[in-house]
Write a protein that binds this ligand. Sequence first.
Ligand code: BGC
Ligand code: ZN
Length: 372
Amino acid sequence: MEAVAIFPQERAAKLTDHPEPSIELPTQVKVRILEVGICGTDREIAFFEYGTPPEGSLYLVIGHESLGEVVEVGPEVTRVRPGELVVTTVRRPCPRPQCVACRAGRQDFCYTGDFTERGIKGMHGFMNEFVVDDEQYLNIVAPELREIAILTEPLTIAEKGLTQVWQIQQRLPWACPVEPGQKPQYCHRAVVIGGGPVGLLGAMVLTAQGFQTYVYSRSSDIETKTHIVESFGAHYVPAETHSVKQMADLVGNIDLVYEAAGASSVAFEVLKVLSPNGVFIFTGVPGRKAPIPMDTDLIVRDLVLENQIVFGTVNAGRDSYEAAIRDLSLFMRRWPDAVRALITARLPISAAPDVLKGKPEGIKNVVQITSA
Ligand code: BGC
Ligand code: ZN
């Protein structure tokens, strides 16, 4: 079958012929891939800055954000049936017996780093017609979500982050004060750094969870971003016209920061304006740039004297996929136009190599593998 693959030795990203997989174990499922999303990680892989082919392979089939349809199931499969739509998780456990995370099915918290990731690290991805995987890695999506279900994987990043925030904030009284007989008031404010798909989906989850949310970002199309963000009840603050200080004055108390730009210098500026008891989540992976001077004493003073928490989060477990699928249907009921607006282009597989290597455009670009 035709596949989009990265050949690190040749330094090429191109279409190639890849053997069609077949079911080999009784719990495996064969999936026809409908769509594959492209993200920043894929671009880095296409520029050979990241990504590893499977052992013994000269190439890596790229693509980890997928939507597919089950076409065949092994004799012991019980969770899915042919015809169902599925989104496949990305990470597979490491083989080390001592890795308690992987042994418990939480490879998104793998200790050893010996995990594999489909389309990223040591395992072929989804940018081709068929994929075979174990049923435990598949998540069922309702047919009504067909149009936007490709956003599931990028949304899982926010879901995993927010799950941790609620766990962490159980350390203190963090509930909003509610007068008897009154509707809950907005009291928590969140700043999202970055207006790409992970940032915008994060802003939607935060808004849905009751945060008054501000997206702080640079953009080549401020008007469109403002429109999308306002249409789901959040606010857009252009970084071109607002310094971090001005943004912070506008927002007020910043209880939570969700960093989804991979821009560490801006992130540390925003960390300085995080409120007492605030939480700062890093999700973006910065490219390596020159070191920048930083007032580390000031940062540590605030962390200690204001009970602040900074954490990083990567990948996602099954619970986050389930939450993402639930939230996508909530978003489609509340803000269908905003959700649809995140998918800015659908391209044929033949266009994928050039899009991976070209200038990033739009919000989420999706490669159509099968039109069904
Ligand atoms: C993917 C994650 C993956 C991470 C690091 C991200 O783009 O969404 O699933 O763990 O890259 O490889
Ligand atoms: Zn991704």
